[in-house]
Design a binder for this molecule. Structure first.
Ligand SMILES: Nc1ncnc2c1ncn2[C@@H]1O[C@H](COP(=O)(O)OP(=O)(O)O)[C@@H](O)[C@H]1O
Ligand SMILES: [Mg+2]
Length: 479
């Protein structure tokens, strides 16, 4: 039984529903007080009935005891008046009366069974000794026993005991009638509570159903209307709306990216098409012109190649941090390699590259990705420099981070562009930049690589004076 119940509760959808839980809770809250109330009412009723009956019998006995004494009944048990009074009492209370004298001899027994015998029960002896009445309720056999002293009016001495044993049968009868009636009320109340619980639990969870409905019918990017039922459902809707806004932004960025990529790929293709068409349409092209056009086409192919390489790098960087290949890397050696690769480009423009490493630093990084990032910065420092300009690279570290700064004496970046240079495809001056050549992806790639390492990249620049990029990356990579 137990495993079946556990299974039902953990597996069945209905049992796991909030509505069902509410229902059970309301049933418990509603039924338990009802049950307790009914039980206490019945018990109280019974106790009260018994105590009232006991009290009534005791009072009646006291009156009779006075009559007995006054009539000297103990000496003369044949007194007709008293005997009829005793008879009346025993028939009203459906009980038995015994009159016992000072020697515990039964003078009179309305059941005529113990007359003439000696009675020594604890209650009777107690009553004779103390001169006060007592009562005893035997719930198992269903009777009340009452002992009342017979007191001589002149001396105040206890001269006998009046003992009555009365049945509680009729109390039980009326109790069972009462209990039956209250059972009917109880059943009706129970049905009402069950119905109310079903309705109320449904009512209470309705806002959640409304949330589901709204979310299901919401379109991409649409701000779903807020549902002000509960603070909880409102919070869910708010969170949902925020998520939708994030998704929409992501979607916008993606389509912008796709259109940028298409544009970047189409431009070289269009140039190639123009070049190819011109050769095709012209008659008698001499071999020099032919060569020139073919060079043009080759340049465009190179450009396409660069764009595609950059795009692939960017896609790689956008993967999760899990794709990092972290290894202890000697940073000085890594930067030396970068400088060696950029040097020919720098020498062409008469630009000098200085490198200062303050100490030997080994850091846990993905060296392909970080070296690509720094390579981009150094390349930019050379590309966007002036004739005979300078590039200065500094490598330093504290106990937690290493920093690489790349400073140049170049054309600088206008202040209003500083925020945008890390965006994909952004180039400060399209016309000027096109002769320099580039995709506008370098800094996005660099920044993504640095962020994957939980580092940061900052830029400061003065127009016509130069630019400084500072990269800060933790020495130890924490996943
Ligand atoms: N050191 C620099 N000095 C001046 N401008 C720079 C520098 N680095 C980057 N920029 C500006 O930021 C833009 C974006 O750089 P980047 O993402 O590397 O693209 P790309 O170099 O392919 O144009 C560049 O086009 C350039 O306008
Ligand atoms: Mg670049």
């Amino acid at each position: 039984m137990q495993p079946i119940l556990t299974f039902l509760i953990t597996k069945s959808k209905a049992f796991r529903s909030l509505r069902f839980r509410f229902f059970v809770l309301m049933m418990i809250v509603g039924l338990i007080p009802c049950f307790i109330m009914r039980k206490t009412i019945l018990i109280n009723y019974y106790d009260r009935a018994v105590s009232e009956r006991t009290q009534g019998a005791m009072n009646q006995c006291r009156i009779l005891a006075n009559h007995l004494e006054a009539a000297g009944y103990l000496q003369n048990p044949d007194n007709e008046t008293i005997n009829s009074e005793l008879g009346q009492f025993s028939s009203i209370y459906a009980g038995r009366i015994m009159i016992i004298d000072g020697d515990f001899l039964v003078v009179k027994d309305t059941y005529a069974m113990s007359a003439g015998k000696t009675i020594v029960s604890r209650e009777i002896i107690e009553c004779a000794r103390t001169g006060t009445g007592n009562s005893h309720y035997d719930s198992r056999n269903g009777y009340i026993e009452v002992s009342i002293p017979i007191i001589e009016s002149i001396s105040g001495r206890t001269i006998g005991v009046m003992f009555a044993s009365i049945s509680t049968d009729n109390i039980e009868d009326s109790l069972s009638i009462f209990s039956r009636k209250s059972s009917i009320i109880w059943v009706i109340t129970m049905v009402c509570i069950v119905l109310l619980s079903i309705w109320l639990s449904g009512y209470l969870v309705r806002p959640f159903a409304r949330v589901t409905e709204t979310i299901e019918s919401a379109d991409m990017g649409e701000y779903a209307v807020s549902i002000p039922d509960y603070t909880e459902t409102e919070a869910i809707m708010d969170a949902f709306n925020k998520l939708m806004a994030r998704l929409k932004k992501l979607d916008d960025t993606r389509s912008e990216f796709v259109s940028n990529v298409s544009h970047e790929l189409k431009t070289p293709l269009a140039s190639m098409k123009v070049l190819a068409d011109s050769i095709r349409s012209a008659d008698n092209v001499d071999s020099d012109t032919y060569k020139e056009f073919m060079n043009g086409i080759a340049e465009e192919v190179d450009r396409l190649n660069i764009v595609i390489t950059d795009l692939l790098s960017l896609v790689k960087m956008e993967k999760s941090a899990g794709s990092l290949n972290i290894q202890p890397t000697e940073l000085k050696a890594m930067i030396d390699v970068i400088i060696k690769r950029v040097r020919p480009l720098a020498e062409e423009a008469g630009i000098s590259i200085e490198f200062e490493d303050k100490k030997d630093i080994i850091a846990d990084i993905d060296d392909t990705k970080i070296s690509l990032a720094i390579m981009n910065l150094v390349e930019n420092a050379v590309k966007y420099n002036k004739k005979n300009g300078k590039v200065r690279i500094e490598l330093d570290s504290d106990h937690q981070f290493f920093t690489v700064s790349v400073a140049d004496t170049g054309i600088g970046i206008p202040e209003d562009s500083l925020d945008q240079i890390f965006e994909r495809f952004y180039r400060v001056d399209k016309s000027h930049s096109s002769e320099i050549g580039g995709t506008g992806l370098g800094l996005s790639i660099a920044r993504n690589a640095i962020l994957l390492h939980r580092g940061s990249i900052k830029v400061t620049s003065t127009k016509d004076e130069g630019t400084v990029f500072v990269v800060r990356i933790p020495l130890k990579y924490v996943a």
